[in-house]
Design a protein around this ligand. Structure first.
Ligand code: CTP
Length: 226
């Protein structure tokens, strides 16, 4: 099975020496890529600038901006059975990055931002028929409701919800406490566990979704005509 995993933040240039980004370390995405690799999948990791060591043995596509990550995902999707978007792409970029370093004396009082492309939403057409697509939802309040909204809005098979304000969950730490949501399935609230164990739980669910998708539809029960 071919799986594409994204990890880490992206960076959007303010000028040649400064950028906007976020606190994503890439730990969760790297753990998923490694777990999939251990299970024998053919893995492609698409990584923004990571704060953790890169996994060995699998191809890694390095990207910096959200637009670059979108391009890499779109290219990899044509042959992917599974896409797991564990990355935290920047949602906004400076509308007009300066081509030379902005000097303190002439710094603007505010930055004009423009939205970046939503990678999951904008690559729906690039997905293979039957591919399983997993998104993450990082929320700070009413996490499950926010996650359910993303399941529909981004046409996902599964959403991994976590609350960034909860102790031991979210950016930078080695643990996570997530709830897995899928279309038509029950919410699966997992206890606080290592990101490696969360990765395995996610892949177990992905495996079940793939198997269900592959299973032949049972013949319709004949109905007696009157
Ligand atoms: N994502 C994406 N493209 C973006 C931003 C996010 O594909 N430009 C993906 C993330 O990788 C994640 C999912 O969308 O799998 C949800 O990301 P999140 O930051 O929680 O949500 P947003 O869509 O950015 O919405 P909001 O910030 O309003 O909650």
């Amino acid at each position: 099975r071919r799986i594409v995993v994204t990890a880490g933040p992206t960076r959007e240039a303010v000028d040649p020496v400064r950028f906007l980004s976020n606190r994503s370390s890439g730990k969760m995405g790297v753990a998923i890529a490694e777990a999939a690799w251990r299970r024998g999948a053919e893995v492609t990791l698409i990584a923004g600038p990571l704060s953790v060591p890169e996994p060995k043995g699998m191809p890694v596509v390095h990207v910096e901006t959200t637009a670059e990550m979108a391009r890499a995902v779109s290219e990899a999707l044509s042959t992917a059975d599974v896409l797991v978007m564990a990355a935290a792409p920047a949602d906004f970029r400076p509308a007009a990055p300066a081509t030379t370093k902005i000097k303190k004396a002439s710094a603007p009082a505010s930055l004009v931002l423009a939205p970046t492309q939503d990678i999951l939403a904008s690559t729906v057409a690039d997905r293979r028929v039957g591919a399983i697509v997993v998104g993450f939802a990082l929320e700070t309040n009413d996490a499950v409701r926010g996650g359910r909204a993303k399941l529909d809005a981004k046409a996902l098979d599964m959403v991994v919800v976590n609350d960034a304000t909860e102790r031991g969950a979210g950016f930078g730490v080695d643990t996570n406490r997530v709830t897995l949501l899928s279309k038509g399935g029950p919410d699966e609230e997992l206890p606080l566990m290592s990101k490696h164990d969360v990765a395995d739980a996610i892949l177990d669910r992905v495996g079940a979704l793939l198997a269900a998708r592959r299973a032949p539809t049972p013949p319709a029960t004949p109905t007696r005509r009157r």
